[in-house]
Design a protein around this ligand. Sequence first.
Ligand code: NAD
Length: 468
Amino acid sequence: MRIAVVGSGYVGLVTGACFADLGHEVVLVDNDEKKLEALRTGDVPIHEKFLPELLARHRGGRIKFSGDLQAATRASEAIFIAVGTPPTESGDADMSYVESVAREISGAIDSYKVVVEKSTVPVYTNEWIHTIILRNGANADLFDIASNPEFLREGTGVTDFLYPDRIVVGVENERAAEVMKKVYGPLTSGWYYGRSDAIPRPDRAQGPPRLIITSAQSAELIKHASNAFLAMKISFINAVASICEMVGANVQQVCDGIGTDSRIGPRFLNPGIGYGGSCFPKDLLAFRAVAKEGGYDFRLLEEVIRINEEQRRRFLKKVRSVLWTLRGKRLGVLGLAFKGGTDDIRESPALLLVEELLKEGCKVCAYDPAAMERAKEVLPEGVEFAPDAYHAAKGADAILILTEWEEFAALDLERLRGLVRYPIVLDGRNLYDPAAMTAHGFSYYSVGRPPALCEEAGTGRSGKKERA
Ligand code: NAD
């Protein structure tokens, strides 16, 4: 099929590259000329596993990059809108990018097309897109709107897209449904999975995904409700972790006990410094705004947001209680991205914590495998950036683990111990077995688990009474 994808960010670029791998002819449209030029010349502007391979495979063949939305629309049977929907001051989603795309598309609808909302949008956006396209002169018989929310997670975007749990499509008639079935046919039929050059199947993947066809409104709600539920799961376990700290329980053991209940499941039960990123924070605000507009006061969501913010404050308090004073303390910070596997720093709890620590007068030497370039643009001068975790740890009064990168869970602890000024690790992601840390001479503070303390040299203090 001929497909246009509008917006070549985290979602659009992955979607376009994966559609090309499924055999479709794709035009990726963006209004950022610099980004387009970079893509044409072989750059990959975001850090996403398997994306460089897919772009190299299809660039100049089944994927083209263009700034001409109207030409791309004329050439395509389906136009996927994947532009940003950031929050406004009041918390609801800013739909102006989506509206401007809808306006521009309308002038180029010269044969039947399905306009697909891939961006995360509030309920009724499909009707608004329909109205805008009609208002701008398109023939009502020549287009339909479909809602096709995207569930990929940054860092595993390509495999999430190609091996999804399900594909949700919201449409109002059979004609549009047929087009969407054709778009995803290579996945739902299992054809893609039999190919020898398919992107490798991740461990958790089941068989071919189910295509769930719903009304457009239901599809829009499914996306907001899914993200709200996942954020709630994170805040729930973070609240449980706080109680564990108070009563001396171990949240990892509690998670094990809860997560093995098949009704609950183990995923997203990872205590830490809270969720961040470009989706959960904004989607929760948008969902709350949608509910409010409809007359429902969704206070549960407010609590989820409050616990998430509280979680960062608790970690900061922990740093203070371990180091006593912060002014002038040198901290080796591991992780700046909002989660492992991505260079995205939008609403990153790691970055927000670094900013707070700087305000308190700490000296920060940070390392992140992918997000340093982006972080340099937003962090104040004076923050040092290290070429690896060991350089970040050199001379540190404490090491802070703030992002769950795999490489941070596999550090050479002996080497690390030889580099730091004081052997103190504050782990906001629970990457280590506390006993392994103390065996290497570190005092180790994590989330929801009792602190694991090593006798501090020269003080005779075991710190056993210390509360983290
Ligand atoms: P992004 O900011 O990374 O990318 C948006 C892209 O759209 C940019 O390249 C921008 O230049 C382009 N753009 C903006 N206006 C345009 C226009 N008028 N014409 C052409 N291009 C235009 O955003 P993203 O993270 O990819 O998110 C896109 C949408 O998908 C959002 O609604 C988001 O909530 C949703 N989503 C994101 C994720 C994720 O993990 N990032 C996951 C699922 C859903």
